[in-house]
Each structure stands twice: as structure tokens, then as C-alpha cells.
Design a protein around this ligand. Structure first.
Ligand SMILES: [Zn+2]
Ligand SMILES: [Zn+2]
Length: 291
């Protein structure tokens, strides 16, 4: 008889790791800190120009991934890209930059690329969704994507950002039936966008709605963050687990939810030195290592 313990699916956990020592270094840090998954930027997240990846850095990254077995590996897109931009010049720049992000992700052989749907300043939500869908299609045109997936992240709904309702993500997926799209569910963004996950019934309603819109099986990554900003504030402020407005008990329920156990749980909590600041990781680990 197989033991019950082995049949309990536990999420893979990790955090957004720095790449100062080279892209491969993030995998090493993840391994050293007992993680199974990791998120990185593949480049400076706040500049348009990216240094091209050298053959050596790609080989080193792929080799380190094989050795550390860190999986899935997630790249977060740079912050300048706005796939729903109403401004033509910004839109063109964003599409080119996003294509470059996809090409880099494919070169490095990572599993997922997380992107925010964008901000449709001056346009209505439906227009923003249509522009975003077109951007995704153009950016991926002619590329062999294989098992790679682009994950649309739900947003806090700051300014005129789209993606703060799960329906927006569904609409983008529907508009791109041939693209391998999935979802990254950010707990802090959902909470400040008006999904009240503080109590058990609120979390249940949220996950049911997530399932009915995008399908929980398509939720491949969870950005596991507490929020420094209050409920429904539409403000994006990640905070340490258990020290924000969502709270310890609520986040424990998220980490232990059976409908999310297949996803990679990634912390995006603030830190100075990831090797020194392991408290959030310990907290997340304590949630999933329950007996
Ligand atoms: Zn994000
Ligand atoms: Zn996030």
C-alpha cells in the first residue's frame, strides 16, 4: 500500500532571485536556499536596451539548470513593456522588446515568461485587451515556442492597467487561441484589486472564479506576496508574508489550497540579500510542509 504522504501534492517553492553574479547564479542561489523553482529577470528590468546573451552565458545557464534541476524557471518581463499601449511609438517599442524577451527565454530554455497585460491609457478596457492580444501574436510570430508558455499576470489595477479582473486575462487568452498562454496569480495584486482572500470563504469564491474564468490548471505560477497596501486600494505594494494586510492565516490557506498545488509558488517580497533574508521562504516552507 502506498503511503498517503507521497500522494499529497506539494507546490514547488522559490523566489525572485538577483542576477548580479550572472543569470546562472540565480539558479545556484535557489538551490543553496533549498528552492525547487526560481524567477529572474533576464536583463535590466528598467531599461529598453538589453545586452545580448553570449553563447557562453546561455551554455552556463543551461548547464547550471541541468545540474541544479531548478524547475520551472520563470522569467519576469521587463517593466517598460506595455503590450496594451495606446501610443503608437510606445506600442512598437514594447512589441519589439517583448519579442526579444521571448527570444531570450527560448534561448535560455526556461519554462515561463510572466508579463503584465499593460495599460490602455486613454482607451477603454476592451480596446486595451484587443491591443494586448495583437501584441502577443505579433511578438511570437514565426517563433517555435514548444513547451514554453507566456503567463499573463493579474494586476493590482493601478492607473488604467488592464488585467485586474480575471475576465481580462480570459479575454486575452480567447483572442489568442493558438498561443501557449497561462496565468500567473499574484496574491497581493488580487487582494488590492478587490478579491478578498482574507477569510476562508472569500478565498474559495476567488479560486472558484479563477477556475471559471481562466481555469486553475492554467495557473502555472503564484506570486506569493503579502500586501502593504489595503484591500481594494488598487495599489501595488508587496510585503513580507504575515506582516501585511492579507495576513499569515490567509496566506497559509492559499499555500495549502489543493487547486493551486500544481503551481510554482514564487515570493516577490522585498529583500536586501537573499542569502541573509530567508524568513519569508521559511514561512512559506512551513505552510507546505504541514503533516
Ligand atoms: Zn509582475
Ligand atoms: Zn507579481
Amino acid at each position: 500500500m502506498s503511503s498517503l504522504k507521497t500522494s499529497i501534492k506539494r507546490p514547488r517553492i522559490g523566489f525572485h532571485a538577483p542576477i548580479k553574479g550572472g543569470l546562472h547564479e540565480a539558479l545556484v542561489i535557489a538551490k543553496e536556499t533549498g528552492c525547487q523553482t526560481v524567477q529572474i529577470f533576464s536583463r535590466n528590468p528598467r531599461g529598453w536596451m538589453a545586452k545580448p546573451l553570449t553563447k557562453e552565458s546561455v551554455e552556463l545557464f543551461r548547464k547550471t539548470q541541468r545540474e541544479t534541476k531548478i524547475s520551472p524557471v520563470v522569467i519576469h518581463c521587463n517593466y517598460l513593456v506595455n503590450l496594451a499601449a495606446a501610443d503608437e511609438a510606445l506600442l512598437a517599442k514594447s512589441r519589439a522588446s517583448f519579442r526579444e524577451e521571448v527570444e531570450r527565454a527560448l534561448l535560455l530554455g526556461v519554462d515561463y515568461l510572466v508579463v503584465h497585460p499593460g495599460s490602455a491609457r486613454g482607451a477603454c478596457e476592451a480596446e486595451g485587451i484587443a491591443i494586448c492580444a495583437k501584441s502577443l501574436k505579433l511578438a511570437c510570430k514565426g517563433l517555435k515556442l514548444g513547451a514554453f508558455r507566456i503567463l499573463l499576470e493579474n494586476t493590482a489595477g493601478q492607473g488604467e492597467c488592464i488585467g485586474h479582473r480575471f475576465e481580462h486575462l480570459r479575454a486575452i487568452m480567447d483572442a489568442c487561441p493558438k498561443l501557449p498562454l497561462g496565468v500567473c496569480f499574484d496574491t497581493a495584486h488580487a487582494f488590492t484589486a478587490g478579491y478578498d482572500i482574507r477569510e476562508e470563504d472569500g478565498l474559495e469564491v476567488t479560486i472558484q472564479w479563477l477556475n471559471r474564468t481562466v481555469g486553475t490548471k492554467n495557473v502555472r505560477a503564484i506570486h506569493f506576496n503579502d500586501s502593504r497596501a489595503p484591500y481594494n486600494s488598487r495599489v501595488d505594494r508587496h510585503w513580507h508574508i504575515g506582516e501585511g494586510h492579507i495576513g499569515l492565516d490567509a496566506l497559509r490557506r492559499v499555500a495549502q489550497h489543493p487547486k493551486l498545488a500544481h503551481a510554482a509558488f514564487i515570493l516577490e517580497t522585498p529583500y536586501d540579500d537573499p542569502r541573509a533574508d530567508l524568513k519569508n521562504l521559511q514561512t512559506l516552507r512551513s505552510f507546505i510542509n504541514r503533516s
